[in-house]
Design a protein around this ligand. Sequence first.
Ligand SMILES: Cc1ncc(COP(=O)(O)O)c(C=O)c1O
Length: 362
Amino acid sequence: MPRPIEALIHPDALTHNLARARECALGARVWAVVKANAYGHGIERVFDALRAADGFALLDLAEAERVRALGWRGPVLLLEGCFEPRDLELCSRLNLWHTVHRDAQIDWLAAHKTQQAHRVFLKLNSGMNRLGFTPDVFRAAWTRLNALPQVDEISLMTHFSDADGAGGVQAQVAAFERVVDGLPGERTLANSAALLRHAAATAADWVRPGIMVYGGAPDHPGHNAAHWQLRPTMTLRSQLIAVQQLNVGDTVGYGSTFVADRPLRIGVVACGYADGYPRHAASGTPVLVDGVRTQTVGRVSMDMITVDLTPVPRAAAGSDVTLWGRGPHGALLPIDEVAHAAGTVGYELMCALAARVPVHVA
Ligand SMILES: Cc1ncc(COP(=O)(O)O)c(C=O)c1O
């Protein structure tokens, strides 16, 4: 008998969330961002549900090959472009559109022998200081690219650092508009947070939603997924494998960090950090037992966590436990809440789902 833990992927929610992205996109075409193996969901598992996307954006070349192997003939964009010159051969063979964010990538293109001219997305560093040409050299890069026979169409791209928070997008949008003014080509600016919070200010030809497609609120805890009408696309569920009765003063787990201040029934769940549950989730992290909301007590260990059974007195070994996602009887536990209790973001929990957890498409 395998451990009772499993993850479920919900295609109906993926399709719904993608439709939400399209609603927000003001007519722009929508890349479904499927990097990091579709934010931990599995590219092959999400593909059918996301077929209504206009393109798939990712960054591993092997993942681009997987999208093509699924039969997708539409646009595929490499968000970080090529990592070495021979990547261009794959771009030619699989007709991948690719980001150009530094000079070496232009050098490689200039030396690339191809019958098929490439579509590239020239990236402006409008303030995030991660990838892209700074405003002072952006136009020179555009001119170089435009002179290459290897390049067909040049699109223009930037990425926001603060679309989810108080910083907003205004300064970066202004920088982008200033630099690309008068240049031909399609534009793409918005990630999920920009789409949900600044759709009009970031309107362009393409949008690039990631986390919202997977039901995460990019600006949690300011807003939650329900506020943005997003549905969870991943459930992590398990069962109780033991129950303990604690007396006042009894402790739980490694380091004895939790001390019972009253008689307490606790359940032991077959899920730990080796499954991708965050070790830094403090006592008090929400969890559902038989669809009833309760909380963790004590430290997360490799294979187990412990939970307070006070609100679910009938829970016993074998009871259903929802770590995040959809619980029984319509109960929901947003992944963002669990992430928040662990000092991280839903993105990280999705991506960190461990290989040992069996995943099923619901
Ligand atoms: C260039 C780019 N575009 C879009 C996205 C999608 O972002 P989000 O998941 O916040 O929507 C990312 C993710 O980091 C990215 O790097």
